[in-house]
Design a protein around this ligand. Structure first.
Ligand code: FMN
Length: 191
């Protein structure tokens, strides 16, 4: 898959078939994160791949999903992610670490897309719970979790009109409003 095609087709996916993900593909995704741009090349990030079924089930309890969907929605037992990548930071004093996380996580989700996997970056997470569950030493901070698996939902982009809130239609297709290119692009000068 071409990089641009992966960027265009990737959407946050929150429903998955209950089929295991090949651990080698997950390692490939982490490798894509490892090779992302890093401010001053300090590389403050580390990763935990979670595939153990019991641990996946426990980790799921520390995650919060799709805040715009009302009434409150969370994936049911037959559609939960089958793998996770927990993103850790070993130096939160690094003033650019959040940018590094952005680049690395985007690389990871694009690599996943290229492998035909669905993914969702999650920051609305219970970090203390995750720290304990995964035996993460306090010298490392839990930044985010990337949920992964085989896609079991359809998500489409639509032009932003008056709300940024994604929504599900009667066929359960997720619609994600994005600002139009013509509304955010300028050539040479702002006006
Ligand atoms: C930094 C960040 C944090 C996010 N946290 C959550 C989250 O906690 N739960 C969730 O369901 N989605 C989360 N998302 C996914 C966004 O809701 C999603 O990217 C956005 O709605 C746009 O949809 P798209 O990824 O399909 O383009 C997060 C995305 C980013 C970039």
């Amino acid at each position: 898959m071409k990089v641009y095609d992966a960027i265009i087709s990737r959407r946050s996916i929150r429903r998955f078939y209950q089929k295991q993900v090949d651990p080698e593909i997950l390692k490939k995704c982490v490798n894509a994160g490892r090779l992302a741009p890093s401010a001053a090349n300090l590389q403050p990030l580390e990763y935990i791949i979670v595939i153990d079924k019991t641990l996946c089930a426990q980790l799921f309890e520390a995650l919060h999903w799709a805040a715009y969907i009302q009434p409150k929605w969370t994936p049911n037992e037959t559609e939960r992610p089958t793998a996770y990548i927990v993103v850790l930071v070993k130096d939160t004093q690094n003033p650019y670490y959040e940018r590094d996380v952005g680049f690395a996580t985007e690389n990871i989700v694009l690599a996943a897309e290229g492998e035909g996997l669905g993914s969702c970056i999650l920051c609305n997470i219970e970090r203390t719970k995750i720290q304990e569950l995964c035996n993460i030493p306090l010298t490392l901070a839990v930044d985010s979790v990337i949920a992964l698996g085989h896609k079991a939902e359809k998500s489409v982009v639509e032009d932003f009109k008056d709300s940024v809130k994604y929504w599900r239609d009667e066929k359960d297709v997720l619609h994600v409003p994005k600002r139009k290119l013509d509304d955010i692009i300028y050539i040479n000068k702002f006006q």
